[in-house]
Design a protein around this ligand. Structure first.
Ligand SMILES: Nc1ncnc2c1ncn2[C@@H]1O[C@H](COP(=O)(O)OP(=O)(O)OP(=O)(O)O)[C@@H](O)[C@H]1O
Length: 452
């Protein structure tokens, strides 16, 4: 194995035996002379690649492409039929809901058992148990049998364990890094920190934007049962994957019930020009949560947030807003010690924890030397038009700092202080729509053009 590779996969194949009937399976048990009563199916065929220490590699492929099979082989829970896999480092995986948890045992007992499987001693688990429980945030359920857990609680505890076993390699199936939106943000923060600390990660997803966002390199398992694999720059690989995905959709037969447009039917009278205003473009509706005062936070505590909310143009608290509508984020801070050159910031993050929009008062406040005294209750409002966000969940981080530009300290930063949920029917990709978009269509029928 080459010195800097932490994972090396060399000519690996995994064949499954497919029995067409239970009788064939039984016959195989008593088969003699190497007779086969099954068909062989290659989930992975002759795959070779390597992952360097510190790399994050995204793994994509259509359903049944062999992603889970590959990752289970890397984790050591499946054995390759052919080829060799070398892994140098402790692997922790979140592939199957709480795999390794015994449903009859309590969460506490399972934490000890699962951690021991990752090589931690009892004393090591004792020392980090409280952090694991705090991360999972499942309260008194930690002493209940895990068979009583909801699937969300299961994922929380499973993720909390793998986040605390000092893994060098994490294998994450994005579909399982769920739970509620707050917990998802916590997981994304952990994964990004793990990357920043030089950890190695394999990240499986069908979502190419998530792959491009988190991984520099991607491995595309192109066609099930073939040895067609592509590995390279994640952006390039994802572009090729999407091209292929859409090309295949065109080739696929129309589904039953898909009515083809009747091109022979007389077309309705065609207007020469049509305009679509922001209103007729059906702006999305954004749902807004209350203030998550207990969100994860940090800061030196010269002041602390006591409220955060969205308000409308009349200054009233709102829990929904239409994209394009004038709104404001209103933040309230109780000052605990004198603050010179205060600054406030808001950041809207997507579900992957990626900063979409960040604004601060830094530039604006610099010209006037603002000073807050201990005991002040300060309110600040960022007023803007609600952006047109792609459908999905977002979080707003809020920050109260002191100082100018890069030279500042944080007094109170709250992660995920407000949750937003965009119900958007218009945007299909990207991050945001254009503000105040309107459309105009002009059509000049054949023969009606004016001579040049
Ligand atoms: N134990 C098994 N016995 C037989 N065939 C299997 C077995 N496990 C997986 N397969 C088959 O191997 C192929 C690859 O499966 P795998 O679960 O690895 O794909 P995947 O890319 O993870 O799919 P998905 O995105 O749907 O989770 C599939 O056709 C699947 O039906």
């Amino acid at each position: 194995m080459s010195s800097d590779a932490i994972i090396e996969v060399a000519h690996v194949s995994k064949l499954y035996h497919i029995y067409d009937s239970p009788k064939q399976r039984l016959s195989q048990l008593f088969a003699r002379g190497g007779r086969k009563h099954y068909r062989e199916f290659a989930a992975i065929r002759d795959l070779s690649f390597r992952v360097e220490r510190g790399q994050t590699v995204g793994v994509i492929g259509r359903n049944g492409a062999g992603k889970s099979t590959l990752l289970q082989m890397i984790c050591g829970t499946l054995t390759p039929t052919d080829g060799e896999i070398n892994v140098r480092g402790r692997v922790a995986a979140l592939l199957e809901l709480g795999a390794g948890f015994n449903p009859e045992f309590t969460g506490r007992e399972n934490v000890y058992i699962a951690s021991a499987l990752y090589g931690l001693s009892r004393q090591q688990v004792d020392a980090r148990f409280d952090r694991i429980v705090a991360f999972a945030d499942i309260g008194a359920f930690i002493d209940q049998p895990v068979k009583t857990y909801s699937s969300g609680m299961f994922v929380r505890l499973a993720f909390a364990v793998i986040a605390h076993v000092d893994a060098e390699i994490l294998v994450i199936d994005e579909a399982l890094a769920v739970g509620d939106v707050f917990f998802q943000q916590k997981c994304m923060r952990f994964l990004r920190q793990f990357q920043a600390n030089g950890g190695t990660m394999l990240f499986v997803s069908h979502d190419t934007s998530a792959i491009v966002n988190l991984c520099r390199t991607a491995l595309w398992l192109k066609k099930p049962s073939t040895s067609e694999y592509v590995m390279g720059d994640s952006d390039e690989v994802c572009k090729a994957y999407l091209r292929d995905f859409y090309a295949q959709q065109v080739q696929e037969e129309p589904r039953a019930g898909d009515a083809a447009p009747d091109l022979a039917a007389p077309a309705p009278a065609q207007p020469g020009a049509v305009s679509f205003t922001p209103d007729t473009l059906q702006p999305s509706v954004v749902q807004i949560s209350g203030f998550n005062a207990g969100g994860e936070s940090f800061g030196r505590g010269g002041g602390r947030f006591v409220d955060a909310c969205f308000v409308n143009a009349r200054g009233q608290r709102i829990d929904t807003a239409r994209a394009g509508e004038p709104v404001a984020v209103r933040l309230q801070v109780r000052i605990d010690q004198q603050v010179v050159y205060p600054a406030f910031g808001i950041t809207i993050k997507d579900r992957l924890g990626q900063f979409i929009i960040s604004e601060s008062t830094d530039q604006a406040f610099r010209s006037s030397r603002v000073v807050f005294a201990a005991g002040d209750l300060v309110t600040v409002e960022f007023a803007f038009r609600m952006p047109e966000l792609l459908q999905g969940h977002y979080m707003v981080d809020i920050a109260f700092a002191e100082g100018q530009g890069h030279d500042h300290v944080q007094h109170h930063w709250i992660h995920d202080a407000i949750a937003l949920s965009s119900l958007n029917g218009r945007l299909v990709q990207g991050i945001c729509g254009l503000p105040e978009l309107s459309l105009r269509l002009a059509r000049t029928p054949v023969g009606a053009e004016l001579p040049a």
